[in-house]
Design a protein around this ligand. Structure first.
Ligand code: LRH
Ligand code: MN
Ligand code: MN
Length: 429
C-alpha cells in the first residue's frame, strides 16, 4: 500500500495550529533552531530489513500479521515509514534473508519510494539449507580452511549484491568465538579471522573515491558464544580495522557491550582515531535486548550524540553522510512499523538535543574544573523539549507531524493484513 500526499496534508492541517504554537515558543527560545531543523531534514536513518517482521526470542515468536513476505514488500514497508517521517530514506539488507533476484529492478523499486541501500550484512552465523559446510565452530576463524573459504566467498557475494544495488558498505558481524575455556586458541582464531577479513577487504570495489566502499567490523561481547567472542569488543574490532586498512571501520551496536559500558567514551575515542564507521541503534536493559531506541536509557543516547557532534565537527565531517546510521532493533510485543517510527523519533530527539549543547561554555567549564556547570550545560540541552523542532523538520520535508498517530488513524496495519494475510512470516530472525 502507498500513502497519498493528501492524507498527510489533511493530518498536518488538523494539527497545524497547535503545532505552530509550540514551535514558535521554542524557535524564540532556541538560538540555532533553524540550523537544527535543517540538520534534522538532512539526517536519514536506515531501517533494517529484519526488523519489519515481529522479532522473536529463542522461546517463542508471535507473528502479528500483515508482515512483508518478500524483499519487495519489505521495501514497500520502509517506503511507508519514509512517507510518514521523511527520515527513513534507506534500508539495510541481510543476505541470504534478502537476496535480490534482479538487482536493477529492486534498486529502481527502492528509488520509487525515495530509498537507497545502506550497509549490506553478511550472515555466517547460521547454516543455510544448501550450504556444504557448517558454521557450528565458527566461520572466518574456523580451523578448517575450506569453511573459512566458504564464508569468505559468501561475503564477496554480498559485496556483489551491494554493488548492484548501489550500496557502498559491508557490515561483517561474526558469531565466531567459543563456549568453553580451552575450546579455542584465541590468537590463532584472531589471526585466521584477520586473514579471512583481508581477503574480503581485497574484494571491496574501488570506485575512484566518489563513494568509497567501507567495511564495518561489528563487535559483540557475548551471544551466541558465551565464553569468548573473537570480535568481542571495540578493542578487537579496532585492531582488525587498523590492520585491514583505511576502508575498514568499527561499527558500534549499542546492545553489544558488557553492562554499564561507557559507550559515549568508546564513540569519542573511535572518532578521534578516524575509525568509527557507524551504528546499530537500539536500547537494552540487560544484554543485546534490541529494544526500541531510547526506551530505556535516553540520556545515554543523548550523551552518545553529544560526543558524535563534538567529534564530527572537530574533523569537519558531514553529520548526515559520513557515518552509517542504522537501527538494529526488533522484538516480540509491538507492531514492528510502530516500533520503528518510535526508534527513528528517539534518534532524532537525541540528535536535536545534542545540537543544542553550548560547546564553548562546556569547554570553559571543563577547563575551570567546574563540574556542576558542565553537568548543567548537558542537562539543560537534554531537558529541552525538541519535539516541535523534530515535527517541523518532518512537516517541511513532506512528512506527518505525528507519524504514529497517522499510522493508527489510517489503519495501516489492518490494510496490510488485508493485502498480505494474517499468517505472514517475514524472512529473517
Ligand atoms: C547480532 C546483530 C548483528 C546481526 C543482527 C541480526 O546480534 O546485532 O548486527 O547482523 O544482529
Ligand atoms: Mn547489530
Ligand atoms: Mn545484536
Amino acid at each position: 500500500m502507498q500513502l497519498e500526499a493528501y492524507q498527510i496534508a489533511d493530518h498536518n492541517n488538523k494539527l497545524q495550529e497547535a503545532h505552530q504554537r509550540k514551535l514558535s515558543y521554542w524557535t524564540d527560545e532556541i538560538a540555532n533552531a533553524e540550523t537544527v531543523i535543517q540538520k534534522l531534514i538532512d539526517f536519514q536513518i536506515a531501517i533494517p530489513s529484519w526488523a519489519l517482521g515481529t522479532g522473536g526470542t529463542r522461546f517463542g515468536r508471535f507473528p502479528g500479521g500483515g508482515e512483508p513476505r518478500s524483499l519487495e514488500e519489505k521495501i514497500s514497508d520502509v517506503g511507508l515509514l519514509h512517507a510518514l517521517n521523511q527520515s527513513s530514506g534507506a534500508i539495510s539488507l541481510h543476505i541470504p534473508w534478502d537476496i535480490p533476484k534482479d538487482g536493477e529492478a529492486i534498486k529502481s523499486l527502492a528509488a520509487s519510494y525515495g530509498l537507497r541501500f545502506d550497509a549490506m550484512n553478511s550472515n555466517t552465523f547460521q547454516d543455510q539449507p544448501d550450504q556444504p559446510l557448517s558454521y557450528k565452530f565458527g566461520s572466518l576463524q574456523h580451523v578448517d580452511r575450506a569453511v573459512r573459504q566458504q564464508a569468505i566467498e559468501h561475503n564477496i557475494e554480498v559485496i556483489k549484491h551491494g554493488v548492484a544495488l548501489g550500496s557502498n558498505s559491508l557490515t561483517v558481524w561474526l558469531s565466531d568465538g567459543s563456549c568453553f575455556p580451552g575450546q579455542l586458541n584465541f590468537r590463532r582464531a584472531f589471526e585466521r579471522t584477520l586473514e579471512s577479513l583481508e581477503e574480503i577487504y581485497a574484494a571491496l570495489p574501488d570506485d575512484g573515491g566518489t563513494a568509497p566502499w567501507k567495511m564495518f567490523v561489528e563487535y559483540k561481547a557475548f551471544e551466541p558464544n558465551f565464553y569468548s567472542m573473537t570480535v568481542g569488543d571495540w578493542g578487537s574490532s579496532l585492531l582488525f580495522a587498523n590492520k585491514l586498512g583505511p576502508k575498514a571501520y568499527t561499527l558500534v551496536d549499542l546492545g553489544h557491550h558488557l553492562p554499564n559500558a561507557n559507550i559515549e567514551q568508546i564513540v569519542a575515542l573511535l572518532l578521534m582515531e578516524g575509525k568509527l564507521g557507524g551504528f546499530h541503534f537500539n536500547d537494552s536493559k540487560y544484554g543485546d535486548d534490541d529494544l526500541t531506541v531510547g526506551s530505556i536509557r535516553p540520556y545515554q543516547l543523548f550523551l552518545i550524540f553529544n560526543e558524535l557532534i563534538d567529534g564530527m565537527d572537530r574533523k569537519g565531517m558531514n553529520h548526515a553522510t559520513d557515518l552509517g546510521w542504522m537501527i538494529d532493533a526488533s522484538h516480540n510485543v509491538k507492531d514492528p512499523l510502530e516500533d520503528l517510527l518510535q526508534s527513528v523519533e528517539a534518534i532524532q530527539l537525541a540528535y536535536a538535543q545534542a545540537l543544542l549543547v553550548d560547546r564553548a561554555a562546556l569547554e570553559e567549564a571543563r577547563e575551570a574544573n567546574d563540574v556542576v556547570r558542565a553537568q548543567e550545560i548537558l542537562q539543560e540541552a537534554f531537558r529541552t523539549d525538541v519535539r516541535p523542532l523534530v515535527a517541523e523538520a518532518r512537516r517541511r520535508a513532506g512528512g506527518a507531524l505525528q507519524p504514529l498517530t497517522l499510522f493508527r488513524q489510517l489503519n495501516i496495519r489492518q490494510q496490510l493484513i488485508g493485502e498480505r494475510g494474517h499468517k505472514t512470516i517475514a524472512t529473517g530472525l
